[in-house]
Ligand binder design. Sequence first.
Ligand code: COA
Length: 331
Amino acid sequence: MSRAAFAGTGFYVPDRVVTNGDLARLMDTSDDWIVERTGIRERRWVPEGMSGAEMARRASEMALRSAGMSAGDLDAIILATLSPDHFFPGTGVFLQRELGLEGIPALDVRAQCSGFVYGLSVADAWIRAGQYRTVLLVGVEIQSTGLDVSTRGRDMAVLFGDGAGAAVLTASDEAYRGVLSTHLHADGRFAEVLWGEFSSSKHHPRITPEIMTAGRHYPSMEGREVFKHAVSRMPEVVEEALHANGLTPDDISLLIPHQANLRITEMVRRRLGLPEDRVVNNIDRYGNTTAATIPIALSEAVHEGRLHRGDLVCMVAFGSGFTWGSALLRW
Ligand code: COA
């Protein structure tokens, strides 16, 4: 049976660098606090008017180039985001248009920080079923336009950045290459622990000046609760994947964790007993770019030459929902 293998990867981040010092001029925070609690030093924010579809296109073009393919080779698009350019239609169709394609399906995935791993699971299933052979999988996020950059919103505003990462997945018949398994989970009991409450189709009108004055259109989070769950669920779902494939943490060549907080990644790394050089960290430069985080980190690792044919790669994510999941693959 064919399974999904990575043929090419790419990423795009906006040129505009926002340092912790820049944020300290907008709100009561400091470089020391942010670095010590999160490991973040700077992040990228979009310039006015740049869309998620445009960032996704730039990342996709790099992925297609690195795969030696053109957009016309694609059979389907999966795009993961929690910050679509518009309420509807999904950003996937805007990306399709940006790539100059028409006719092939474009599916948006709404699984927040776990969106890329969820999307990979769908792409792998499509490929295994023989429905499509070449799938473009993209994670893209614009967080900056939705953050409260006053002291009221400082717990969230310092964490998030903008960016896009993409991968071209193709059907592989090689026994020693491709996705071995994906393990996905969710627990909606915690939906409001990290969420964007408004605008909401549950209410008529969906948003009001009073809601905006109260700041309820900004995302909100109980940081400690998220932290507590992330440090348990992430190693658990890696162990679940390893166990299902008869492997151990020692077999992992590279762990690509969702970058939510350097302290979370460190706790996951220690629990799995992995050395530092087998875990990807780029949160210091980009912050948390939600669904874009894993494909950006993957693409950087590939283009830095950190991955070799046959390496065992593990991706693991945790985020709003709660949703979490892992993917294990042979490079
Ligand atoms: N700058 C300065 N102080 C800040 C701040 C900021 N940006 N944000 C919050 N604080 C303050 C709080 O108001 C609080 O002050 P108080 O003690 O006077 O009430 C103090 O710092 C400690 O806040 P707390 O929330 O307990 O800090 P923490 O050690 O839990 O760190 C997070 C906060 C958000 C960094 C941490 O909880 C975290 O990373 N959680 C996971 C978040 C995450 O990963 N989200 C995305 C998941 S995909």
